[in-house]
Design a protein around this ligand. Sequence first.
Ligand code: AMP
Length: 112
Amino acid sequence: MSSVFSKIISKEIPADILYEDDLCLAFRDINPQAPVHFLVIPKNVIESMAGLTAEDEEVVGRCLIVASRVAAEQGLVNGYRLIANTLEDGGQEVPHLHFHVLGGRKLRWPPG
Ligand code: AMP
């Protein structure tokens, strides 16, 4: 399923891109929930965490490495939170796998 993130990957709509390589893209969330809030997405369309297969191992692994690297570049030395909202109960709104990275303030637990 195509989504707004496909248009960000193809540069049809702008985004504040923090990192890009052949497999992944990291860009700032348009509606930040913390002083630092960015998303890391695979460039190929994977709808969600649900139904990942072994074929997705390389790209998902790369996304997590990118999340770690960009978090460090953004100065999140005191830590951060990595979230993948999944399907309806997980509150996923965009049907393209994405990892949120939030930091720059103390985050509460548990989330709602
Ligand atoms: P989720 O609820 O996990 O599906 O989160 C989707 C996230 O995508 C939300 O935090 C939105 O603010 C973010 N988002 C939606 N459209 C854009 C966009 N054009 N550029 C950057 N972030 C976006």
